[in-house]
Design a protein around this ligand. Structure first.
Ligand code: ATP
Length: 219
């Protein structure tokens, strides 16, 4: 499903942030992505979300060579991906409920069909009482939970999460991680960038390690 072949990335005329990164992720797998701050984790996730193109090398996603994906195809491919951004990227003019329901709305599902599912998920992440609050009044941890709920609600084929538990306490982090594990059981391919060794021990999934722009896979 995902294949990187000798991928290199630089921003502008800066140094190469990713160098000769090659790996393959099978459908339905769960991987952690780790490495020191500045190692390139967010950049790698951005490449996976087709938010930018590599400077060199080949990326294949859902059977498409991403370098030839047209502008028209891009939203279609992105709709198959759930993302938890490090800075959440919630829409401030939509309530927590509407932010979480957005992937379903975009897909054309009817509110009366998804209302209960969205409320159930909000309850699971501890946001039931904040369903009608707007992002500007949510705490960092609440925003993070809303972003996670939005990423998983549509049961995407691929889930990318960038430090998804950085703003919550360890007990809540475990609870949120269970959402990813459950989604993975249902078939979603999951990639979680994290610094948190406790999370990695909990799931015991293989780890992609980035160091100085190079990737190694550990058990
Ligand atoms: N838009 C950008 N323009 C220029 N340089 C950038 C840009 N985004 C990231 N970088 C640089 O790329 C390198 C990798 O950054 P990236 O955010 O991918 O690392 P990271 O592993 O996710 O770090 P962290 O764990 O701190 O979030 C860093 O040196 C960073 O300064």
């Amino acid at each position: 499903m995902i294949r990187f072949e000798n991928v290199g990335l630089r921003y502008g005329s800066g140094p190469e942030i990713l160098r000769d990164v090659s790996f393959e992720l099978e459908n339905g797998t769960f991987h952690f992505l780790t490495g020191p701050s500045g190692a390139g984790k967010t950049s790698l996730l951005r490449l996976l979300f087709l938010a930018m193109s590599p400077t060199r090398g080949l990326i294949t996603l859902f059977g498409h060579d991403v370098s030839v994906v047209s502008r028209r195809q891009l939203p279609e491919l992105r709709r198959r991906i759930g993302v938890v951004f490090q800075d959440f990227r919630l829409l401030d003019h939509l309530s927590t409920f509407d932010n979480v329901a957005l992937p379903l709305r975009v897909r054309g599902e009817r509110p009366d069909r998804y209302r209960d599912n969205v409320m159930e998920l909000l309850d699971w992440v501890g946001l039931a009482e904040r369903a009608s609050a707007f992002p500007p009044v949510l705490s960092g941890g609440e925003k993070q939970r809303a972003a996670i709920a939005r990423a998983v609600i549509g049961q995407p084929e691929l889930l990318l999460a960038d430090e998804p538990t950085g703003n919550v306490d360890p007990a809540l982090a475990r609870r949120l991680l269970r959402l990813f594990v459950e989604l993975n059981r249902l078939g979603t391919t999951v990639v979680v960038a994290t610094h948190d060794p406790a999370l990695m021990t909990d799931v015991g999934a293989p780890t992609l390690k980035l160091h100085n722009g190079e990737l190694s896979e550990a058990g």
